[in-house]
Design a protein around this ligand. Sequence first.
Ligand code: FDP
Length: 338
Amino acid sequence: MTIQKIVTIERFILENQPQHAVGDFTNLLYDIALAAKLIAHKTTRAGLVDILGRAGATNIQGEEQQKLDVYADQIIFRLCDHTGRLCVMASEEQENIVEIPEEFPKGRYVLIYDPLDGSSNIDVNVSVGTIFAIFRCIDWDLRGRLEDCLQPGKDLVAAGYILYGSSTMMVYSTGNGVHGFTLDPEIGEFLLSHENMMMPNPPSYYSVNHSYFGRWSTGVQQYIRWLQGRNESEIVLSERYIGSLVADFHRNLQKGGVFLYPAETRKPNGKLRLLYEAAPLAFLAKQAGGYASNGRMPILDIQPDSLHQRVPLFIGNRPLVEMAEKLINEHDPIPAEG
Ligand code: FDP
């Protein structure tokens, strides 16, 4: 009988930390793993809310019940504000940058996070996720500023997500492959379950919200027809769309495919956020042999100009995403500047 190695996330991070990483970086990943456990503990109890009290209502102890996305946001902030590892944070839940309080030391890294993505799915017991991205602070002598957060995805030093699904998984990359860990709730540890994840070829799925079909550009409509195996393509893909980005991405990472949230007439820049969603997932896709584009250029090359900037997203196996670029370039006029 072969005995499989059991590797905890702590051990894996320590043994695989990149050359450039200092202890702070390793510890920052531990902090995120701890936040993930605390958030997972709450999300798995979300169905009990109706029985034990709704968000905004008062619980038995007279305390206000929090919404889960607010809870997740605060957990990450409170675990990371005082550690001396960060110079600034930015959260999808907050309008402006989240400064490190003056009483705490300043660190070298920038943490960008979407505390609970897909949160409209919580009420119906569908998987949701936390997405995170780590940059280096631009000027180590200064306290963190907006500029530290507005860096292109190609400058990321790490990115990942936590998926709160039938199991809780943490998937991350420090630029040296994509690795997945599954939480064992009995012992409270993330254990290595998916080492060196690569998008398989041939791919299996395409994922999109079809209800917007009439509002997409001609290029995007042509692309959808191509994905469906029409227009003489030889593609054989099934459609799967959960409507929860982390879950959709995670499935396609393991099964191969493409996820798209294009621009449409009512959302000219799409819906998803460049910094909190598109760039970190683009970093992971690249590490897994895939590619992400806004339909014209790589997501990782886009210089953000505001914290909550939105971007059309095409992400998955490279040939599938490149076909989107080709059809958009062929059929759609280049949008005017400004
Ligand atoms: P949600 O609105 O539930 O928070 O970015 C948010 C997001 O979910 C993504 O997780 C998901 O992929 C997308 O929106 C779903 O949007 P549509 O309902 O327009 O398909």
